[in-house]
Design a protein around this ligand. Sequence first.
Ligand code: 5GP
Length: 195
Amino acid sequence: MKQLQEKILQEGKVLSADVLKVDSFLNHQIDPQLMQAIGEEFAERFRDAGITRILTIESSGIAPAVMAGLSLGVPVVFARKRKSLTLTSSLLTAEVHSFTKGETNEISVSKDYLKQEDVVLVMDDFLANGQAALGLAAIVEEAGAELAGIGIVIEKGFQAGGKLLRDRGLRIESLAILDSLENGTVQFKQEAFTK
Ligand code: 5GP
């Protein structure tokens, strides 16, 4: 997605050969127009998949997921990383190790908002080692629902997650795929330019 790639080049900060900071439009401040375009792009790619619900994880997956949900006309559920006092109904849970924070969280979703008859699009802001996506996929499985695919805003193609998930036969749609962050420079995978 060209608009996203341009934004990454203009505003992304390469923190190391592994980590890209995009706080100015996705992870702290949010660019609503870009989020709308991102939501429409995901909706277009998954239009024929029969999606009934989107599942993401707090907090940075929520903005793109809400815009995709608006475009597809389906509700958006986010997995919580901390136990909430108001999350009193029975829960679907999974363990997720965070790449950026170096900690493991139990994520949870109320059974009220994910049902066996759902066809689910899992979404997240970044794909690194695939742990967040695998945790969300495990929650979909626990609910007995169908996982239609995984929508990622920025995939770090040089880390293991993309291959891990695709090798499991999952459909992954990433709007920007990074080939490298070496020498402080963002390099995209060429194929992503055609989208
Ligand atoms: P994974 O679970 O695939 O290893 O990591 C994905 C999660 O880690 C995402 O939810 C995202 O919040 C965070 N993450 C991983 N790599 C980066 C990165 O380079 N930049 C930012 N901003 N977040 C990242």
